[in-house]
Write a protein that binds this ligand. Structure first.
Ligand SMILES: Nc1ncnc2c1ncn2[C@@H]1O[C@H](COP(=O)(O)OP(=O)(O)OP(=O)(O)O)[C@@H](O)[C@H]1O
Length: 215
């Protein structure tokens, strides 16, 4: 039997309170390369809170988080550079077009040797989300699902090993969900990891963390 890979990201006994109320407690998980954790729960059960703690936007009251076997400190630059966080907000500029947003993301990522390579990557990312037809119109004129697809396309331009995605398929139609599934499969197959908050289990598999709180 092949031994299980050691977790790269792990949580032990995490507890989080908000406004004096315990939102999360006893949260334990481990995520190894290629691993997916689906965080499943009703409205208000703490899914977003957990993702915000994982990416350092909020702190836990108890428990530990480890990254590569070492305690994770808020703002750890190595960790910040390893993660991509997609929250409820898409994090894109609605006054720019999808193509402009993606060019900007590609420039920030600084992974392309020249403008030609950058343009090719942007074109591939747009095509992977079937956004070619709306690539040159301002994002403010796009639907919620189209905007979400621009945000998902951005994941392809600044590759990060750990995706923290808050309800990524909300507003996506069936075709877009299938494209996201392929994108996620490729990320995991390449050794990436993902923590995904969701109301309904995605077909992607992986481990499931069920949160109890009331709706
Ligand atoms: N900044 C805050 N101050 C006070 N309470 C908060 C704060 N942020 C979250 N909460 C509370 O924490 C609980 C969990 O909220 P959270 O947004 O994590 O839930 P969720 O599972 O992501 O919900 P949804 O499915 O509706 O997105 C809720 O009761 C919410 O009111």
């Amino acid at each position: 039997m092949t031994p299980a890979a050691a977790p790269v990201l792990s949580a032990s006994g995490l507890a989080v309170s908000r406004a004096g109320r315990t939102v999360l407690q006893g949260i334990d998980f481990g995520l190894a390369p290629g691993g997916l954790l689906q965080v499943l729960g009703a409205n208000g059960s703490g899914k977003t809170t957990l993702l915000r703690v994982l990416c350092g936007l909020a702190s836990a009251d108890a428990g530990t988080l480890q990254w590569h076997g070492r305690p994770l400190r808020a703002g750890d630059p190595g960790f910040q550079q390893a993660l991509a966080y997609l929250g409820h907000a898409n994090g894109i500029d609605i006054d720019l077009t999808p193509a402009e947003n993606l060019h900007f993301a590609a420039r920030l990522a600084g992974r392309h040797a020249d403008a030609g390579q950058r343009a090719a990557s942007v074109a591939r990312a747009l095509a992977a989300q079937a956004l070619e037809r709306v690539a040159q119109v301002p994002v403010r004129t796009l639907s919620q699902g189209q905007r979400r697809r621009v945000a998902l396309a951005r994941l392809a331009l600044a590759p990060r090993i750990l995706w923290l995605l808050d309800e990524p398929v909300t507003a996506l139609d069936a075709d877009a969900c299938a494209r996201f599934q392929r994108q996620l499969d490729a990320h995991l197959a390449a050794g990436g990891m993902a923590v995904i908050a969701t109301h309904q289990l995605l077909p992607a598999g992986g481990a499931v963390l069920r949160l109890g709180g009331a709706a």
